[in-house]
Design a protein around this ligand. Structure first.
Ligand code: ZN
Length: 138
């Protein structure tokens, strides 16, 4: 009986209760990831300048060379989803916050915007789950 499926696929917009609200609750991290991923792909991740605090290592020429090598090595294909022809970003397999080597080619993979977004959110979630010792109150 459901005929209007296409029309119903559009989620209703909830004005106000957007990103800000979700971000203030750590438990809502999953929501942030899904919604954020959508927004980034449509809004063009390329234009998003890293206005947050950036690790100084990202600005070194060694890191730039590493990034170029990683993307070139991928041959124009996202190493996450395997889709060719997307804009690729060099990504640290083991993130620097997790002790990854910033300029080791073996610690690099070329990811499209959406794969990178998913991967980054996943690493952050893992850190929250497993990083209990860092916050131990002793
Ligand atoms: Zn991808």
């Amino acid at each position: 009986m459901e005929v209007g499926k296409l029309g119903e696929a559009i989620p209703e917009r909830r004005p106000g209760s957007g990103r800000g609200a979700a971000l203030s609750f750590p438990n809502k991290e999953l929501d942030v990831r899904t919604v954020g991923g959508r927004l980034k792909t449509t809004a063009g991740a390329r234009l998003r300048a890293p206005s947050k605090q950036t690790d100084p290592v990202y600005r070194t020429s060694a890191h730039r060379r590493w990034a170029e090598a990683v993307v070139q090595h991928a041959g124009g294909r996202c190493e996450g989803c395997g889709v060719p022809g997307k804009t690729l970003y060099a990504d640290h397999i083991v993130e620097l916050k997790d002790g990854g080597n910033p300029t080791d080619p073996l610690n690099g993979q070329a990811l499209c915007g959406s794969c990178r977004g998913k991967k980054t959110a996943g690493s952050r979630a893992n850190r929250h789950k497993g990083g209990g010792s860092a916050l131990s109150p002793t």
